[in-house]
Design a binder for this molecule. Sequence first.
Ligand SMILES: NC(=O)c1ccc[n+]([C@@H]2O[C@H](COP(=O)([O-])OP(=O)(O)OC[C@H]3O[C@@H](n4cnc5c(N)ncnc54)[C@H](OP(=O)(O)O)[C@@H]3O)[C@@H](O)[C@H]2O)c1
Length: 350
Amino acid sequence: MTTETTAIDPATVPAFTLASGARIPAVGLGTFGSDRFSLEEIAQAAGVALRAGYRLVDCAPVYANEHLIGPVLAETMGDLGLAREDVFVLSKVWNDAHDPAAAVASVHQSLADLKLDYLDALLIHWPFPNTHERFAAPDARNPTSRPYIHAEYLAMYRALEELVDAGLILHLGVSNMTIPKLRLLLRDARIAPAMHEMELHPAFQQGELYQFTKDAGMVAIGFSPMGSPRRPERDKFEGDVADMEHPVVVRIAAELGVHPAEVCLKWAAQRGHVAIPFSVKPTQIAANLRAVTEKPLTPEMLNALRSVEANSRLIKGQVFLWEGSGSWLDLWDVDGTIPGWTGYGSTAAE
Ligand SMILES: NC(=O)c1ccc[n+]([C@@H]2O[C@H](COP(=O)([O-])OP(=O)(O)OC[C@H]3O[C@@H](n4cnc5c(N)ncnc54)[C@H](OP(=O)(O)O)[C@@H]3O)[C@@H](O)[C@H]2O)c1
C-alpha cells in the first residue's frame, strides 16, 4: 500500500484532451466534505494536493469553502512557482442560481472567492433549480421545486456562454445530466459543453450515458470515484454497494499491493475519465494521485471490474424532487423521457 507523501511529477500524471485542445489531468481533488470535515481542513487539503503534484481542483459554491480555498491556492502556487495556466480550477453554479443574472453573479463570486481572473471550467451542478435545507430529510419536498424545464436551463446556459465570450470561463460543462436532457442541450447550445461530471465508480459505470458523453465530444469526470464511503446519511440506502469492499476490487488490490481506493482510480484513468477523489489526509491525497502513475491494471483486471457494475447509484438526488413527482428515478429519465410536473408518464415542458 502506498504511504509515501513525496511529490509526484505532474508530467507523469495521465491527462485527457478537451474539445478545445486543452488538457485536463486524470485525477483532481474533490472539495465536498460530505458535511463531515471542517471547511478549513478542506481548504488546507487543496494546498497539500498542489504540493503533492495535483493540478486539478473540483470546487463549487455550495461546498461553502471557495473563499478559503482561494487564498490557499494563491499562496501554494506562489510557493511552488506555478503559473495560473499550470492549474485547472473548476467551479459550478448551484441550483439556487439558475436565473441567468444569478448564474452570472455566482461566477463572479466564485472568481472573487477563488482569487482568479478566469475559471478553467464552469459546470451547471444539477439540471434542476431546486434547493433544500442543509441536512434536509431524504423525503422532504420543497414546495418551490420544479421539474427540468429546458427553456429555463437554456436561458442560464446562454448567460454562461457570454461569460465564455468575455474570457471569464474557458470551458462550459454540465453535471448530473441524462441522455434526453443532453440531446436538448446539444441541439441548442452555441458553445458545446466540454465536460460532463457524473457519478462514476466500479459499481456504477453508467455505460450508456458514459458512451453518449464521449461520443458527444465531452470528457467525463467521475465524482464519488471510490463510492463515497463518507457521504451524508441522507444519501445512504439499503442495497448500496460499497465499491472498496467488493470482493473483485479487494482481490485486485491485494494482487497489486495497493488500497482498494487506488484500484477505483486506476480503473477510471484507464477507462478514460477524470476522477476527483476527496480526502483531507496527506497520505491518501498522495496515494490517490500516485495510483494513476504506476502499477496499471492488467487487461484481465479491467475485464474483471466490468462485473462489479451493479447500477448502484449512491447520490440519488431525492432532495431535488418536486411536489407531484414520484421516486428519485424521475430525476434520471430512466425510461428515456424527461418527466414533467406529475412525474413518470407526464411530459416535460420545453
Ligand atoms: N457534481 C456533483 O454533483 C458531485 C456530487 C458528489 C461529489 N462531487 C465531487 O466529487 C468529490 C469526491 O466524491 P466523494 O467525496 O463523494 O467520494 P469519494 O471521493 O469516492 O470518497 C471520499 C472518501 O474516500 C476515502 N478515501 C479517499 N482516499 C482514500 C484512500 N487512498 N484510501 C482509503 N480511503 C480513501 C475517504 O474516507 P475517510 O475520510 O474515511 O478516510 C474520503 O472521505 C467531492 O469531493 C466533490 O468534489 C460532485
